[in-house]
Design a protein around this ligand. Structure first.
Ligand code: ADP
Length: 650
């Protein structure tokens, strides 16, 4: 507003007034302010009071009140604060809008206000009982008829809210375990919280206003300067490892985060700093690392995103990377194939299916792109830094090679076996035919049909026959074994009368037994026991057991028995061959069924045999779903028992 001040209007100045009046008329000025003894008066061309427009435009509530507190005038802003219309406010008692407990205070302010400016914070009671915190400024209103006061009411709601949030923030900062402090751009410390005091052992009084460099050890200061340069450029620096000076000159490893503080214009004026004590974590980190180093395998530790965070020396060697090249790399990049499975497994574990990883084979990739088979197992480890994936890798190239060679050898071996089978099959006929002829014709000679023999000739012929028989048994055993081992022996099962087989075998051996003066008999109650099995093999087993009984017994008898009984919930048929022979020592019992094993008694007494009989018999018994057991006492005799299922299975 353009205005002119007229000062006191006195005679002689009429000219000046005329000038002013002309200026107002012409619109050059809007108002004329004239000082009178009662105060200043403002005259405008259109008669409006310019102050009122000003007052209405204010954000604060503006009032004029009488000394009695009655409101003579109030602006719209005040009415807004109370929540009532202007018509209700005008002419009301100002005290009526103030909270009961603050009314005395208001009365006091009003009283003092007559003498000079007063200010106080009160609670305004707005419509509906809502409390509005306000600041009230009161001063005398000059020139008001009957005296009066000018009152300005400022709404403090926002101020209070921001003060509250500031207080809350301050409390958080103060109680934080981290060191939180702020710096000016020149590096001087401006604020220092309780956490900083705790962590670094120095109080605010000691640190405020000093250089921030002093908080850190000498070797960290260069880094700090570099960080401050970045702050000046408006950058935020996250989690840099630094070493601070702690209590009694001890060192504290901290993770430092710095962010710029800007003024209203966006200029960087300082930095806020958060330092987190990292000492324990670093120690834990180092402990973990030393555990990793002590492991024989390569270990790669990855975080939840699958990025490598730690490796041991073995992993560096295995993959050909340097440690720092591996850190931060995706662990998946270290593996060529089988990764899908690994990922699926990870997800499975994430969902909580068994947290220990299972082992699987993957193709791992070295830095030079070459790959190698590795056994990999992944497990979840919980650390202070959160969940980590710990992958253990072992190069299994050698085992691979070994397995490959083994497979090749296996093939060669199978081929050799087939060749042996072919050879034996071809030879069996060739070998057996002349032997049968030798045995047959020796028998004929011994019958003396072709003429008499002298005693020496009889002994020699008997020796030939015994040797030929023994050779025939050996060949038959070997052929049987070859057939068994090539899996070519097919079972022909059917019901077999036990006693019948026993008697048949005994008949064959009767001459031999008689020759040694041994009795042979089938036990009582052996009739009617029927077993479903392969007759041929059963007969072969019994012949073996029975001929051993005769062979290793010099006096007494050999008894064969067959019976049926329950054994562990199933019906079995047992064949017993009992002799009164030389018996078997305890230490030999376990070796009895081994291939080519012969007892010292047997060889000592020069009994014929190959050590294949029992081995073969046991193999045949297993083939029939049964087994042979033995009870024996040295010098007293043995009992061999063949147990078979009543009904053949499979
Ligand atoms: P071989 O009789 O051809 O030597 P076996 O496999 O039939 O081979 O028997 C292995 C060994 O078990 C025999 O050498 C012998 O020492 C011992 N043996 C087998 N049966 C008897 C038995 N009834 N009494 C004493 N010893 C036996």
């Amino acid at each position: 507003m353009r205005g002119l001040s007229g000062g006191g209007v006195k005679g002689g100045k009429r000219e000046r007034i005329a000038q002013i009046a002309a200026a107002i008329e012409s619109g050059e000025v809007d108002a004329l302010v004239v000082s009178t003894p009662a105060g200043q008066r403002v005259y405008t061309a259109n008669g409006e009071n310019p102050h009122r427009a000003l007052v209405e435009a204010m954000r604060e509530g503006a009032l004029t009140v009488g000394v009695d507190g009655m409101i003579r005038y109030a602006n719209q802003a005040f009415a807004g604060m109370t929540g009532y219309g202007l018509e209700k406010v005008m002419g009301s008692d100002l005290r009526g809008f103030i909270e009961g407990r603050d009314r005395g205070k208001l009365a006091e302010l009003l009283k003092c206000g007559e003498r000079g400016p007063q200010r106080g914070e009160l609670g305004l009671e707005a419509r509906g009982g809502r409390r509005v915190p306000v600041q009230v400024s009161i001063q005398p209103l000059p020139g008001a008829p009957g005296g009066g006061l000018c009152v300005v009411v400022t709404d403090l709601t926002e101020v209070e809210a921001s003060q509250q949030s500031q207080r809350r923030l301050a409390a958080i900062v103060e109680t934080s375990g981290d060191a939180i402090f702020s710096l000016k751009l020149d590096g001087k410390v401006e604020s220092w919280n309780g956490g900083a005091e705790q962590m670094l052992g120095r109080g605010a009084g000691e640190v405020l206003g000093t250089d921030v460099g002093k908080i850190f050890v000498e070797r960290s200061r260069g880094e700090l300067e570099r960080l401050m340069k970045r702050i000046e450029r408006g950058e935020t620096v996250m989690g840099v490892e630094m070493t601070a000076r702690g209590r009694d000159e001890g060192e504290v490893e901290v993770l430092l985060t710095l962010s710029p503080i800007q003024d209203r214009e966006g200029r960087v004026v300082g930095a806020s700093a958060i330092a987190r004590d990292f000492t324990e974590r670093r120690r834990a980190h180092e402990r973990l690392r030393s555990v990793l180093e002590s492991a024989p395998d390569a270990i790669v530790v990855a975080n939840g995103e699958g990025l490598v965070v730690m490796v041991n020396t073995q992993a560096e060697k295995l993959f050909g990377y340097r440690r720092d090249e591996m850190i931060g790399r995706a662990i998946a990049g270290l593996v060529e194939s089988g990764m899908r499975d690994v990922v699926v497994e990870w997800i499975g574990q994430r969902l909580g299916y068994g947290r220990r990883g299972s082992q699987r084979e993957v193709m791992a990739r070295r830095v030079d792109g070459s790959s190698f088979p590795a056994e990999m197992s992944i497990g979840l480890v919980e650390t202070e830094e959160g969940e980590l994936w710990c992958a253990t890798l072992r190069d299994v190239s050698e085992r691979y090679e070994y397995q490959k060679t083994l497979q090749e050898r296996n093939l060669q071996f199978q081929e050799a076996l087939r060749a042996k089978d072919r050879f034996l099959a071809a030879m069996s006929h060739e070998l057996k035919t002349p032997l049968t002829a030798i045995i047959g014709f020796t028998g004929v000679l011994l019958m003396k049909i072709s003429g008499p023999l002298v005693e020496a000739q009889v002994r020699q012929l008997e020796l030939i026959r015994a040797s030929a028989r023994s050779l025939l048994t050996l060949i038959t055993d070997l052929l049987d074994l070859a057939r068994l081992e090539s899996g070519k022996s097919e079972l022909q099962k059917g019901p077999v009368e036990g006693r019948e087989v026993l008697e048949e075998v005994m008949r064959e051996l009767s001459a031999q037994a008689e020759g040694k003066g041994l009795e042979m008999e089938v036990g009582e109650d052996c009739s009617g026991v029927v077993v479903e099995t392969d007759r041929r093999y059963l007969r072969q087993i019994l012949a073996n057991l029975m001929s051993n009984a005769v062979k290793y017994t010099d006096q007494g008898k050999v008894v064969g028995r067959v019976w049926q009984e329950r054994d562990g919930g199933r019906e079995v048929v047992r064949f017993g061959v009992k002799d009164t022979g030389i018996g078997i020592g305890e230490e030999d019992i376990t070796r009895l069924f081994s291939e080519f094993w012969r007892g010292s008694g047997a060889s000592g007494q020069r009994k014929e045999g190959s050590g294949l009989g029992l081995y073969l018999s046991q193999r045949l018994a297993l083939l029939l779903g049964g087994r042979i057991t033995v009870q024996s006492e040295l010098g007293r005799g043995s009992t061999f028992t063949l147990t078979l299922p009543v009904r053949a299975t499979g």
